[in-house]
Every structure is written in structure tokens, then in C-alpha cells.
Design a protein. Structure first.
Length: 352
């Protein structure tokens, strides 16, 4: 523990000291087997936990490396913490099929060179409710070629104390080709999140599932981003996400929908898109080409010009329902005025 002046492991990320492999040695030895242990942590209580540390290193690529391991029984048994497939921003190499490397075939670990102090984060919420959790850094080198080594600083475990529920931080879509609509969404945290169902509508009044996307984090304290491409030639398309969160083992289930977003091409915002159904029975549904945040006046007349109903509302939505109608069969005229625009008229029928 201290501060090295040798490139590749020099300095600290903060404070006066770091944990350094061979603090004064120009390089580590062949067949080095070094371990750095943390204290034991009591992670009692369901929650979201994040492990983070800052590191820099200069290591023989692939042949040598280091990884983190965890124990649930105060150090009696150890398992690798995470892998590159689950989180490519964690380890930077996986031994696919080569014997005699730093770690066995199938292992992921840090190797090669990272000359600048870099923060690494790993969600460890799967360790919640464990009472004897400890971690260790394990460094291994082979019998040929040495390099500078590594330095570790700012190791910490933090617990997220906010509401334990999945949050959607962004959801947008845009045309990226003649038939391509790229849909992107992001999560702040994911709690027992299993999948996202992207639903699409051409009318804004009824949705169909089009993409089923598994959650990456499942239980995660840091952001994840998802991108999928949908195909359509329509000029107005509505999308929403159904977010499925469940874990039967803890009797947890929570599903919610995002707000609806609208994608337009060669269509103005703040206009009527559809009036459905025609003929109608007890309600008339109206969808718009964008979210309407201004007053809408909706009037319904019979063929003699008599005003049957007059609604004024600010929908703050992409749709409005003109409901609780009980009319005799016949022809009716519906007029819709958005803000200060000219009203638009629609001839409708009811057979009720």
C-alpha cells in the first residue's frame, strides 16, 4: 500500500495511497500469484448494491491478468465475480480455448494495458441478503514475459436507497430509413426486470406487441440502453413499452406502461389522425398526430344541426374519448377544433 512512481501503476486516483502490485519493482515476477482481500460485508436486506473501484494496469496481454472473486462464507469458497459476456464494460478478455493462461478456459479477467485511472462498476445486487460477503483481487502471471503490474484505489460498495422499482429514463423513436424506425429506451435502475414488450399502433387507439426484448440488468443499479429497429411505411406510428418485472421467489410482480410516443413523417403535429369507430355505439375515439397540450373543442350535431354534446378539454395525451353516448340510430356530424385552428368535420353513423 502506497504510491508508486513507475509508469503503468503510478500515482493514486485520490488520496495518498493505493494498493499496488510490486510498488517499487519495475515488473512483477514470472508465476506471480497475488491476492488482495477486502473486509467482510453484511449485505442483509433486499436492495440494489453496486461495487466500484478505480484501477490502472500494465499486464502481459492475455497470458497474465487479474479478476475479482467473491465468497459467501467468509472466505471458505470463492467464485469469479461476473464475466465479459454479461457485462463487456467489466472484464476485457475471456480465455476461450487456451491452456496455461492466467486463468482457466472459460474465465474472464482484466489484462493488457489501461494506463489511465479508470472507474469500474459492477452490480452485485444478486448478493443481497447475504451476511458474510467478502471479495478479493486475484492476480496471476505465467512463466514468461513480465510487465509493470497494477494499482487499485477507491474500492467501495454502495446501496441504492430509493424506491425498488424499474425506471424508464428515456423512450424515443425516429425514422432512420425508408422503412426503418429506430426505437431507443433507457433504464435508470432495473429491479426484478425480466423483459420489455414494444407495442405499436397505427391509430393510437389499439396496440399490438411487435418486439420482445429481455432485460439486461434484471436487478441493476446503473443505466442500461436498448435499441431495436421496427419496419413500417406508415406516416404516423405510435409506440409504447410494457415493462415486465417479476420474481416469484419473493412474491414480486409489477407491470407498467410508458407514455405513448409518436413518430411522424410528412404529417403536421397537433392534427387529428383517426376518428374511430364508424359506425359508433356508445363512444367515439379520437387520436392525434402528437400529444395535445392545448384546448380541444369537440361538438356533436344531428342532421338538423341541433347540438347534441359539446366537450372542451386539454387531453395532455395522444387520444381522447368522447364517451357515454346514448343516441338513436342515424347520421351525426362531429367537429373537432384544436387550439385556434379551424374545426374539422366528420360524418359518423350509429346503428345502436
Amino acid at each position: 500500500r502506497g504510491k508508486s512512481v513507475l509508469p503503468g501503476k503510478d500515482g493514486t486516483a485520490s488520496g495518498a495511497n493505493a494498493w499496488v502490485l510490486g510498488i517499487s519493482d519495475p515488473s512483477y515476477e514470472n508465476n506471480t500469484d497475488a491476492e488482495l482481500y477486502t473486509p467482510m460485508f453484511d449485505m442483509t436486506g433486499q436492495g440494489l448494491y453496486l461495487l466500484s473501484f478505480t484501477g490502472k494496469f500494465a499486464i502481459q496481454s492475455h497470458n497474465d491478468g487479474f479478476r475479482l472473486e467473491y465468497s459467501l462464507n467468509a472466505g471458505l469458497n470463492w467464485d469469479q465475480l461476473g464475466n465479459q459476456d454479461d457485462d463487456p464494460n467489466w472484464y476485457n478478455f475471456t480465455n476461450e480455448n487456451t491452456a496455461n493462461l492466467a486463468f482457466p478456459v472459460g474465465s474472464s479477467y482484466f489484462t493488457n494495458s489501461q494506463p489511465a485511472w479508470t472507474v469500474y462498476n459492477k452490480d452485485i445486487s444478486f448478493l443481497a441478503n447475504q451476511t458474510q460477503v467478502c471479495f478479493r483481487y486475484v492476480f496471476r502471471s505465467d512463466f514468461i514475459v513480465q510487465s509493470k503490474g497494477l494499482a487499485i484505489d477507491n474500492f467501495e460498495i454502495t446501496r441504492y436507497d430509493g424506491d425498488l422499482k424499474t425506471t424508464i429514463t428515456k423512450f424515443n423513436a425516429s425514422y432512420t430509413g425508408d422503412q426503418d424506425i429506430t426505437v431507443t429506451w433507457g433504464t435508470g435502475i432495473e429491479y426484478q426486470c425480466r423483459k420489455f414488450i414494444l407495442e405499436r399502433s397505427y391509430t393510437g387507439l389499439g396496440f399490438t406487441p411487435v418486439i420482445d426484448e429481455p432485460a439486461v440488468g434484471i436487478v441493476s443499479t446503473f443505466p442500461h440502453e436498448y435499441t431495436r429497429v421496427d419496419k413500417s411505411l406508415r406516416k404516423v406510428i405510435y409506440y409504447r413499452l410494457s415493462v415486465i418485472n417479476e420474481n416469484p421467489s419473493i412474491n414480486y410482480a409489477y407491470q407498467f406502461y410508458t407514455d405513448t410516443i409518436v413518430v411522424r413523417r410528412q404529417v403536421d403535429p397537433d392534427v387529428v389522425n383517426y376518428v374511430l369507430t364508424n359506425p359508433f355505439s356508445d363512444r367515439i375515439n379520437i387520436s392525434f398526430s402528437s400529444i395535445i397540450n392545448q384546448q380541444v373543442q369537440i361538438k356533436l350535431f344531428d342532421t338538423s344541426g341541433r347540438l347534441i354534446r359539446n366537450d372542451q378539454a386539454v387531453p395532455n395525451n395522444i387520444a381522447y374519448s368522447f364517451d357515454h353516448l346514448d343516441l338513436i340510430p342515424g347520421v351525426y356530424i362531429l367537429t373537432i377544433q384544436i387550439g385556434q385552428k379551424e374545426p374539422t368535420a366528420y360524418k359518423l353513423f350509429t346503428s345502436r
